[in-house]
Design a protein around this ligand. Structure first.
Ligand SMILES: Cc1ncc(C[n+]2csc(CCOP(=O)(O)OP(=O)(O)O)c2C)c(N)n1
Ligand code: SF4
Length: 289
């Protein structure tokens, strides 16, 4: 823990996002959440994939790692296994997380690795100029679906819940203070935590705008939702269109994390190991190479 202040996470690098992009609100919320939790930049790793939103680690003074498209959860898992003390946050787009990285998403949920996963869900592939993504609604006209999307959209919140996620939340980039509160809970949770963030893309998604969301969202806290009530969580996970709930949908405490159970990590994280095991490694190398 440290005495991080509001500006601890600032850098001189200016975001190249379009004016009005929802990613600005997400960046502000991540910085505020980490500051409020008194986690210092050097104690934080932010991993991203490829996409507009995945540029976020460039704009924060932290350990940052922009990986291949769809692969940030694998890198984040490796980092967490090596150093349990790091606060590991993954930030990527819906295409990155649920499309090309969809398999990694499912298995990271199942493993319950202690990482926080923020998905900037603008329901489109924005960096590559508006192709439909796994969360684009069925029927929506895009550059790659001129006659409307044929497939049904992925519901990431319901999917995570079904796969056994121990923390599932939805938030809105237009409500950064509320989002920061959700991020604080997710980072404090021991285990995999998904926050699906509704993120307006002001260029390639002219339907799900700030106004569209503002007319529909309501806060689960205000509605007396109990995140430990599984049946209530399942109902909230599928609520969409007319009323969209935001906040912590489900939370299950006390489930062992992946790193707590891995036999190879019984003696602690890799980063703390002495190099005396080197001789054994050299022996194996000589035997097999
Ligand atoms: C292996 C691979 N396939 C495709 C691409 C091209 N590509 C770059 S960004 C992107 C879409 C990103 O969309 P999303 O993850 O939803 O993020 P957004 O840009 O909307 O924030 C694609 C398809 C790539 N870089 N690498
Ligand atoms: S294209 Fe969309 S997602 Fe990308 S920076 Fe612009 S508004 Fe944001």
């Amino acid at each position: 823990m440290s005495s991080a202040t509001a500006s601890s996470f600032d850098t001189w690098v200016k975001p190249t996002w379009c004016p009005g992009c929802g990613d600005f609100g997400i960046l502000a919320a991540v910085k505020h959440a980490l500051t409020d939790l008194a986690i210092a930049p050097h104690e934080t790793l932010v991993v991203s994939g490829i996409g507009c939103g995945s540029k976020l680690p460039d704009y924060m003074h932290v350990n940052g790692f922009q990986t291949l498209h769809g692969r940030p959860l694998a890198v984040a898992t490796g980092a967490k296994l090596a150093n349990h003390q790091l606060t590991v946050v993954v930030v990527d787009g819906d295409g990155d997380a649920y499309g090309i990285g969809g398999n990694h998403f499912i298995h990271t949920v199942r493993r319950n690795t202690d990482v926080t996963h923020l998905v900037e869900n603008n329901q489109i592939y924005a960096l590559t100029k508006g192709q439909y993504s796994p969360t684009t609604p069925q029927g929506r006209v895009t550059t790659t679906s001129p006659e409307g999307v044929i497939e049904r959209a992925v519901n990431p919140v319901a999917l995570a819940l079904t796969m056994g996620a121990t923390f599932v939340a939805r938030a809105f980039a237009g409500e950064p203070t509320h989002l920061a509160g959700v991020i604080k809970q997710a980072v404090s949770h021991r285990g995999y935590a998904l926050i699906d963030v509704l993120q307006p893309c002001v260029v390639f998604n002219r339907i799900n705008t700030y106004q569209w969301y503002s007319e529909r969202i309501y806060k689960l806290d205000d509605a007396g939702h109990d995140p430990q009530d599984r049946a209530a969580a399942e109902r909230a996970a599928v609520e969409w269109d007319d009323r969209i709930p935001i906040g912590v949908i489900y939370r299950e405490d006390g489930v062992p994390t992946y790193e707590e159970q891995l036999p190879a990590l019984r003696d602690g994280p890799l980063v703390g190991r002495s190099l005396t095991e080197r001789a054994a490694f050299d022996g194996l190398k000589n035997q097999f190479m």
